[in-house]
Design a binder for this molecule. Sequence first.
Ligand SMILES: [Zn+2]
Length: 170
Amino acid sequence: MTPTVIYLAFIAASGAGEWRCSYAPNPTACRADIVRKLDFILSAYNVVVTTDEPTTRHLTVIVTDEGPEPWGFKDHVVGAAPSTCGGVPGGVAIVFRCVDNGWVCAARAAHEIGHLTGLEHVAKPVDLMYPAQGPMGWADDPVPTVRGLCRVYQNSHQHLLRKLGPRPRR
Ligand SMILES: [Zn+2]
């Protein structure tokens, strides 16, 4: 099975030059760190995380060092993605202020990728689809959702296995 390619597009604050960060010695090291951490968070699933723009269909996460306001979102928003129950093949999500902490940035990207696959928010802090910061993983249990838009209970891990497939041994 062909892996789902996840493209991380790093975009600096408008006019501010190179994308900046403070959790690794330089922007290149920061970008590599987020790729590694996101790949780790998604290590059960058949995905490839890359910073090279793919030529085939892929999911995109825009990773910006900027806050949400210039993009038209309210100040407290940490990320955004189109959300449908069946997922958005070829969809684009965004995460803001990926500056200070590689794990927080990778977790936000993983959360938005969850939305692109059709996951909704869970009402308990059991996995990454909890709307506030929760554990760095995916629950393999039916968990109540916040709004019940797509499902009343959600097993995030099984949903991701269905949508992305299990990662083959490499
Ligand atoms: Zn969300």
